[in-house]
Design a protein around this ligand. Structure first.
Ligand SMILES: N[C@@H](CCC(=O)N[C@@H](CS)C(=O)NCC(=O)O)C(=O)O
Length: 213
């Protein structure tokens, strides 16, 4: 059986939602980052990069959200991962996932993990400030992308779940999320999905954490 290694509220929630939407049987395994469980030797054997998500499969462990999401799409072909019936819809979804993982996520890393960019602590405040500035522009872009439809490929995909995650993180770093009303309305529709509700409950997260304070 597939095993998903996740931490509550981390970007692993994107793969978690995709698996839950797929209807596949899987075992969710909690690796709590706040308790440094991802640094323990037993987890480093699963993912030497010390990150979640990781997906245990009958063909070894797959890491990196985008690889996991594309595998879930190939295995199950359901909404919530990456479209499989239209190559252009798949490209749009992967395009957005790539930008989220390589750029928006990294702005948060600047704020929460400045030491990853330089050991020189005197530069950390500038790295953190740069992360915030980048996020202001990136969040404005997500707001502009949000509307009546889904973010990519004309259906619910992992890109929508990634945006859900960022909204909560935005609140955690004290950004004024009330400024993003289209994005918040978009997430309200996501929060109505039973699979999303089940994942939030399993991770111990309240739906209100994904809406403006
Ligand atoms: N490139 C990886 C990034 C995964 C990642 O950074 N995960 C975070 C949680 S959102 C993590 O495990 N952080 C642990 C740490 O930074 O020590 C992916 O897209 O899966």
């Amino acid at each position: 059986m597939l095993k998903l290694f996740y931490s509550p509220g981390a970007c692993s929630i994107v793969s978690h939602i995709a698996l839950e939407e797929s209807g596949a049987e899987f075992e969710p395994v909690r690796v709590t980052l706040a308790q440094a469980e991802h640094l323990k030797p037993e987890y480093l054997e699963i993912n030497p990069h010390a990150r979640v998500p990781a997906l245990g499969t009958g063909h070894g462990v797959v890491t990196e959200n985008i690889a996991i999401l594309n595998l879930i799409a190939d295995l199950f072909g359901k909404d919530g991962s990456v479209p499989r019936d239209d190559p252009y819809a798949a490209a749009r979804c992967n395009e957005l996932l790539g930008w989220f993982a390589s750029t928006v996520h990294i702005s948060f890393a600047q704020i929460w993990r400045a030491a990853r960019f330089t050991r020189d602590e005197s530069i950390h405040p500038a790295i953190v400030a740069g992360g915030r500035e980048n996020l202001e522009n990136q969040f404005a872009e997500i707001e502009a992308l949000s509307g009546e439809g889904w973010l990519a490929g004309g259906r619910f995909t992992a890109a929508d779940s990634y945006a859900l995650t960022f909204f909560r993180w935005g609140r955690r770093i004290g950004m004024d999320m009330a400024a993003f009303s289209r994005w918040a309305a978009h997430l309200e529709r996501l929060l109505e999905r039973p699979a999303v509700q089940r994942v939030l409950e399993r991770e111990g997260l309240a739906p209100a954490e994904f809406q403006p304070a």
